[in-house]
Design a protein around this ligand. Sequence first.
Ligand code: NAD
Ligand code: USQ
Length: 388
Amino acid sequence: MRILVLGGDGYLGWPTALHLSQRGHEVAVADNFVRRQYDLEMGVDSLVPIESLQTRAEVWHSVTGKTIEVHVGDLTDADFTYGTLRAFRPDTVVHFAEQRAAPYSMIDRKHAVYTQVNNVTGTLNLLYAIAEIDRDIHLVKLGTMGEYGTPNIDIEEGWLEVEHNGRRDRVLYPKRPGSFYHLSKVHDSHNIEFACRIWGLRATDLNQGVVYGQQTPETVLDDRLATRFDYDAVFGTVLNRFVIQAVLGHPLTVYGTGGQTRGILDIRDTVRCVQLACENPAAAGEFRVFNQMTQSLSVRRIAETVAECFPNDVEITRLDNPRVEREEHYYNVTHTGLVDLGLVPHLLSDTLITSLFDVAKRHAHRVRPRALSPRVHWRQSTSPVQQS
Ligand code: NAD
Ligand code: USQ
């Protein structure tokens, strides 16, 4: 297949592009490098040094003989979006290219507006480009488990059968997300479902849980193929942050009681799930949703697991929760769609955490300790994060 990976310079986009190329697909990546700009804005950097996208593609070619085409531009620029589709003529577009940090979207009005305009406009441009250029293109879009929130009923894969006043219907699962970022994904999901209905587009929305890990079989072939690893309180995700905190001898920062439960998955499963979605496309007109996660764990349990696996003593501390979220709740998620397509999950194991400790130890000298503390508070509409 010809597969275009949007957001191919990011944490997940790059290893996914490598995996798809290794599987024998013709791969192109597109990115506007705004993720590298957020680092400059926040005064942080990926824990693991990363090469430029062009260098990575050259190294991949020299290591494997395979080519990954690089396109540089912004999806909110419709000319770029249409031009890239016309130039590469993909069978499948994998769309990772969004601002993806909940705390970044909650800094203040400017960051909330930026997040929603960037994410919703980019996706709308893409939907129109597909509708006008080739309606047969399969869109594989990264959504998020956080679109659902934490309802007191089972979470189904995107759709819900309801009976109301004696009548039945199948409706999009009700959403109750927890940040302006997560809301942008809900808006995207509705726009994509509508495009499938009116234009007959084929789309898969991958509602992904929190990803952990840094290495895949392809990225370890050469240090220059490494993907980024974020540990700061804005872009770092929970398990990745706990690992670096343990290595530095800092307490693991559990927000609130830590009873909040999330779907999580290994980065090696992310790339495999995307591959499975690409190779088994949705039907014309179908808006297909998969819940892309392999395990549910409370934040408290994630912290305990990291502490149990680390060779030295680890302190776990409870911070006042900077977010507004339920800390004790029901959580039961259906996630059989990808398993039915052949996913064999990697479950969180000592081995994984130990290898992550090694990655963190190797680069611990690059940590900026001030970046570890949360400074974005959901209850405030402005935040000190920019001034400090
Ligand atoms: P990332 O920020 O590392 O990568 C996103 C990439 O998209 C960046 O390289 C960025 O420069 C690019 N980008 C953003 N806006 C763009 C635009 N307008 N035009 C062109 N390029 C643009 O994020 P990630 O962690 O790799 O996440 C990728 C996707 O997966 C996101 O959509 C995110 O919401 C979703 N997701 C991530 C996780 C996770 O734990 N990391 C979990 C669930 C879902
Ligand atoms: N948390 C802590 N301590 C920390 C960091 C986080 O207790 O030091 C808690 C948060 O309060 C939250 C949970 O851990 O309850 C997850 O937080 P996170 O920052 O790891 O993840 P989140 O903000 O939800 O966002 C991440 C990605 C996002 C993706 C989402 C998947 O940044 O792109 O969409 O995970 S999901 O959570 O399923 O929506």
